[in-house]
Ligand binder design. Structure first.
Ligand code: SF4
Ligand code: SF4
Length: 266
């Protein structure tokens, strides 16, 4: 942690950045996002196994952008998010100082090439219980899987915390709030919930970098990230496209190939 404190202090003192997006002590045993603007308070930054929330979500928030050039303390998932955001023209290359803490050392990922190299060597690692849950759901017959999701989504009360926690959910106006035309029923009843979450999963297909922050954010414990992760994995299986690896990658859902096996697209 000392290397992180030293590095962030230097970045602030030299004026290279004006804010560090990192983790600090939260309530009880928790950590929380902090926005350090003063070199003297950089020693309050925390880095340990509890630091799982994907901080890349803050890069596009106007309140944070207004603070000046940021540095971000990045997990492997956050690095993937930044690559994906660069590929979608939402983050300018070299506009953020990315700090990856690796075995006590702080790596400064300065450009697209170093981000890509780091991402290729550091896959996002799921807790074993998540992998077990994914396997259980995948092995369910379709009617049982449908019933599983109907049951899970029936608890959703549309607080949109999952959306707020996701770095790839950055639309200024979400389909769930558009009422002319109204695509998604705003009520949190079974049909409205199903419409909202299936739309969100489709929008994140081929874009979700599997950080799990949406599941962590859900106050009623719906494992909502499993839907978007599965949608992204299907895109990888069918089209060989994996998000968060290349800064100049095409978008899976808005590109086509004239050699596509489906004739309607040719
Ligand atoms: S959908 Fe969930 S798991 Fe995927 S990138 Fe967004 S927050 Fe992370
Ligand atoms: S965080 Fe949970 S309850 Fe809130 S909208 Fe997302 S799935 Fe529904």
């Amino acid at each position: 942690m000392q290397a992180l404190h030293q590095k962030t202090k230097e970045l602030l003192e030299s004026g290279t950045v004006q804010v560090i997006i990192g983790y600090g002590r939260g309530c009880g045993d928790r950590v929380r996002p902090v926005f350090v603007r003063n070199a003297e308070t950089a020693a309050g930054l925390v880095w340990d196994d509890r630091c799982r929330q994907n901080l890349a979500v803050y890069l596009n928030k106007p309140e944070i952008k207004n603070l000046g050039t940021p540095a971000i303390v990045a997990t492997p998932a956050a690095v993937k998010s930044i690559i994906q955001l660069i590929s979608e023209n939402q983050v300018k290359p070299c506009s953020v100082v990315v700090l990856a803490v690796d075995q006590g050392a702080v790596l400064e990922l300065k450009d697209n090439a170093s981000l890509e190299e780091y991402s290729a060597k550091h896959p996002v690692v799921f807790p074993p219980f998540v992998l077990k849950e994914m396997k259980t759901i995948a092995e369910m017959p379709l009617p049982q899987r449908n019933a599983y999701w109907q049951n899970e989504l029936s608890r959703c009360f549309k607080c949109y915390a999952c959306r707020a926690a996701c770095p790839l959910c950055y639309c200024e106006r979400c389909i769930s709030e558009n009422n002319q035309p109204q695509w998604v029923c705003p009520a949190s009843h079974p049909q409205g919930n199903f419409e909202w979450h299936i739309n969100r999963a489709m929008h994140l297909a081929g874009r979700c970098i599997e950080c799990g922050s949406c599941s962590i954010a859900c106050p009623v414990g719906i494992p909502i990230g499993l839907l978007t992760i599965e949608a992204s994995r299907m895109v990888k299986q069918e089209f060989g496209h994996e998000p968060g690896l290349r800064c100049n990658a095409d978008s899976a859902m808005s590109s086509f190939n004239t050699d596509d096996r489906e004739t309607f697209i040719q």
